[in-house]
Design a protein around this ligand. Structure first.
Ligand code: STR
Length: 509
């Protein structure tokens, strides 16, 4: 009895203390909070987290916080505040917290995406950007590489004419090969078992990450066994082993005279650092074999799962909107025809396709809450104090679904990205950041945009993508993990009649 009374008094005191602290010192408004468990009982348990956080805005406004254990998390839900965090004060908010599962993925915060703010992250991000710069023109032009892999995919699909199939695996093979080229100037043969293994392992990792992992919320729970964590560990181990083998083999062909891929860039940076100050250079330590692998692994994960996922979303929305698909195909027929493949320069005339891609990235963002940021110093948002080491989550879903910013945000309407004449692309709202912004923004944005355009243009030029024979339309609900994935679905592949006729004509002329 006494124990109960003391406990309830303590709880009340804690709640009261937290409230006054919240309002007096002008921290963001907080969800209620109990000792030990923090705000856990007050956080919705069901449904998608990004949607739940968006709903909580109705009660708490566009910025609020909650506590789990000793950790405070601030949620940001409008573009004004998001831009302050990502752009205006980007540097102050560019940290990353340690999280059990992300530590496994990143070999303890190495690489780029999950590395904390500091020399390691800065160096590897810079080297990744330098790598992408290699592929701007000439023989290494991204456009050529993408078109080649997209054509291989289409040639394969043509062999499945009339069948209803899941595109996932072959799409993933195509984008894996593009990333493989960027990292190693190497591409897999389509039937290489390693390619399939990579696909399956990535899938396993994302699937395990979509489960509730308690130690990510309460690191102390690491001591209890978790099936999901074990699965991530074993998939990561096997995936890293696969990539390490390729890396070791490709390393042998390195020559300073010709830097043509990410591995070359990393090795060259390491050699330069070693030659500086006879090995005392700090960068050298940050470029060990493990560091190089971690960055390559990041680029693989980020480059494959994201693009493949968005292309699937685009196909799914087109199955739901056959008239839109027809209009895009008419554009392709008029502007490109059938005698050449689509090029990036066609983006100016295929505006409806480009608007469709942008709308898919709005309504189903790849990363609905980006990756959580962390303050590296004491900072502020508006007039609210944000202490050092606070987790800050930008709820991109809220930005992309705000009624104030978008007319009927839940409707799929590519036209919102076009002017009233339907001929010019426009930016209808500032509340749109599909690739994030600022110092942590996506390093692969250019690659991704080019892939999305060229793959969808080529697919629609050659195929009618139709509802499968069982009449099942894909679910548009989604399945959030680190990437908002679409549930597996099938699409009926039909080579377009007009394409067949054009090919027949070409071969007789
Ligand atoms: C996908 C699965 C995998 O095998 C490895 C990775 C590591 C990098 C991750 C990637 C993941 C998912 C998408 C991420 C990417 C880093 C940046 C990207 C989270 C888990 C996004 O921010 C969308």
């Amino acid at each position: 009895m006494w124990v109960l009374l003391v406990l309830s008094l303590l709880t009340l005191a804690y709640l009261f203390w937290h409230k006054t602290k919240g309002s007096g010192a002008k921290h963001p408004k907080s969800l209620p909070c109990l000792p030990l468990v923090g705000s856990l009982p007050f956080l919705p348990r069901h449904g998608h987290q990004h949607v739940n956080f968006f709903k909580l805005q109705e009660k708490y406004g566009p910025i609020y916080s909650f506590r789990l254990g000793s950790k405070t998390t601030v949620i940001i839900g409008n573009h004004q505040l998001a831009r302050e965090v990502l752009l205006k004060k980007g540097k102050e908010f560019s940290g990353r917290s340690k999280v059990v599962t992300l530590d496994i993925l990143s070999d303890n915060q190495k690489g780029i995406a999950f590395a904390d703010h500091g020399a390691l992250w800065q160096l590897h991000r810079k080297l990744a950007l330098n790598t992408f710069a290699l592929f701007k023109d000439g023989n290494l032009k991204l456009e050529k590489i993408i078109n080649k892999e997209a054509a291989v995919l289409c040639d394969y699909l043509a062999t499945r004419h009339g069948e209803s199939i899941d595109l996932a695996e072959h799409l993933s093979l195509a984008v894996t090969n593009i990333i493989c080229f960027i990292c190693f100037n190497f591409s897999f043969k389509n039937d290489d078992p390693a390619l399939k293994a990579l696909h399956n392992l990535n899938f396993g990792i994302l699937e395990a990450l979509s489960q509730e992992i308690w130690s990510d919320r309460f690191p102390g729970m690491k001591i209890f066994p978790s099936k999901a964590v074990e699965k991530i560990k074993s998939c990561v181990r096997m995936r890293n082993e696969l990539l390490r083998e390729i890396l070791e083999k490709r390393k042998e062909s390195f020559t300073s005279d010709s830097i043509t891929n990410m591995l070359d860039v990393l090795i060259q940076a390491k050699m330069n650092a070693d030659n500086n100050n006879a090995g005392l250079d700090q960068d050298s330590k940050l470029l060990s074999d493990r560091h190089m692998l971690a960055t390559i692994v990041d680029i693989f994960g980020a480059g494959v799962e994201t693009t493949a996922s968005v292309i699937k979303w685009i196909v799914a929305f087109l199955l739901h909107h056959p008239l839109l698909k027809k209009r895009i195909q008419d554009d392709i027929d008029q502007n490109i025809g059938f005698n050449r493949e689509p090029a990036l320069s066609d983006r100016n005339c295929l505006v409806l396709l480009e608007a469709t891609i942008r709308e898919v990235l709005r309504i189903r963002p790849v990363s609905p809450m980006l990756i959580p940021h962390k303050t590296v110093v004491d900072s502020s948002i508006g007039n609210l104090i944000i202490d050092k080491d606070t987790d800050v989550v930008v709820n991109l879903w809220a930005l992309h679904h705000s009624e104030e910013e978008w007319h009927r945000p839940d409707l799929f309407m590519p036209e919102r990205f076009l002017d009233p004449t339907g001929t010019q692309l426009i930016s209808p709202s500032l509340s749109y950041l599909p690739f994030g912004a600022g110092p942590r923004s996506c390093v692969g944005e250019m690659l991704a945009r080019q892939e999305l355009f060229l793959f969808t243009a080529l697919l629609l030029q050659r195929f009618d993508l139709e509802i499968p024979d069982d009449g099942k339309l894909p679910s548009l609900e989604g399945n959030p993990s680190l990437v908002l994935q679409i549930d597996p679905f099938k699409v009926k592949i039909k080579v377009r009649q007009a394409w067949k006729e054009a090919q027949a004509e070409e071969s007789t002329s």
